[in-house]
Design a protein around this ligand. Structure first.
Ligand SMILES: [Mn+2]
Length: 329
């Protein structure tokens, strides 16, 4: 499929084959790709007789507890290992301070699909054409364990499903569909996974959604929309930050809205903002204007002040950026 044509593949395969003790780590606040890739790779390597530790600073969110092997995810690092695999990110700091400070591994291998200039591992299998890290793990699985079974397939399918937004985003490439097709052929039931990931929400999440949607604000230009969530809302519904995942997609889904954002209260007059773009506006630039950063379609920053004022400030900047886009057209 061409994804793994880089010279790093051979080094990666050699490192995976020769190591007998392996730690697999992924970024903090793990998503479906971070967890599906970690567990998929862990099960492949266990099948090869390796001693594998799956590390994440954070606990497995409720929607991914069904993943085969989810109970393997822990936040303890062993004293030493032959190989550290860093998945779905390329900087050790993205996996948390503890991992960044850890020096127990003899060798490190990064497997990632994000474009980055900072490649910190000894071996870097980074491919921006892959729809998800799970797609790269699949390519390795086909070589390391060609007859891999359903447990591994479910993890890799979930990684690809979630990172492509259920095959809706621009990274839903022909090879994303081809890999998913092979995983279905191996026994994955798409509707079962969909139900586990998207249709098994705790009722508390729906109650929180109702409160968050009531906060909806739309810029006068109708090109930006905002919602926010406060500690009081978490308290009233028995939820926390873990339950806000995906809520930002509601304001983004409004016709005409190019940029959506969600503010999360982290203290009095202190907010964390997440931005999402429909594609035209680079929200990394928007976040950078407020001291933050991120990617073209997803970025964030932290701001202090009265929430209504902060929202108006951001609306004004989005209007400026979208006006510029229109004059460029
Ligand atoms: Mn990913």
């Amino acid at each position: 499929m061409g994804l793994l044509e880089s010279g790093a593949v051979n080094s990666a395969l050699k490192a995976l084959k020769t190591a007998s003790t392996i730690v697999i780590a992924a970024h903090i606040d793990p998503d479906g790709d971070a967890l599906g890739s970690s567990l998929g790779l862990a099960l492949i390597l266990r099948g090869l007789g390796k001693e594998v530790t799956v590390y994440n600073r954070d606990a497995v969110p409720y929607s991914y507890k069904f993943l085969p092997g989810a109970e393997l995810v822990g936040n303890r690092l062993p004293p030493a290992c032959d190989l550290l695999c860093l998945l779905d990110c390329s900087e050790f700091a993205r996996a948390g301070d503890e991992l960044a400070a850890w020096s127990g591994s003899k060798c490190s291998l990064c497997i990632d699909h994000h474009l980055t200039a900072d490649l910190a591992a000894d071996i870097n299998l980074v491919c921006a054409d892959a729809c998800a890290t799970g797609e790269l793990i699949y390519e390795l699985a086909v070589i390391l364990a060609p007859d891999f079974g359903l447990d591994i397939a479910v993890n890799l399918y979930t990684a690809i499903l979630t990172d492509t937004g259920s095959f809706r985003y621009s990274n839903a490439t022909p090879s994303a569909f081809a890999v998913a097709g092979d995983l279905v052929r191996r026994g994955v039931k798409p509707w079962d996974i969909t139900q586990q990931v998207y249709e098994s929400q705790p009722v508390e999440r729906i109650k929180l959604t109702a409160l968050v949607l009531k906060t909806l604000r739309i810029a006068a230009s109708k090109r930006a929309a905002a919602v926010w969530v406060t500690e009081a809302m978490f308290k009233a519904t028995g939820t926390d930050g873990e339950y806000t995942d995906g809520l930002i997609n509601y304001p983004r889904s409004i016709a005409g809205v190019e940029v959506a954002f969600m503010a999360r209260e982290i203290g009095p007059d202190d907010y964390k903002f997440s931005f999402r773009s429909r594609g035209k506006v680079n929200v990394a630039a928007l976040a950078a204007a407020f001291g933050g950063g991120g990617h073209h379609n997803a970025a964030g920053c932290r701001l202090q002040g009265k929430l209504e004022d902060l929202i108006e400030k951001i609306f004004a900047l989005v209007d400026k950026q979208t006006e510029k886009l229109e004059s460029d057209d």
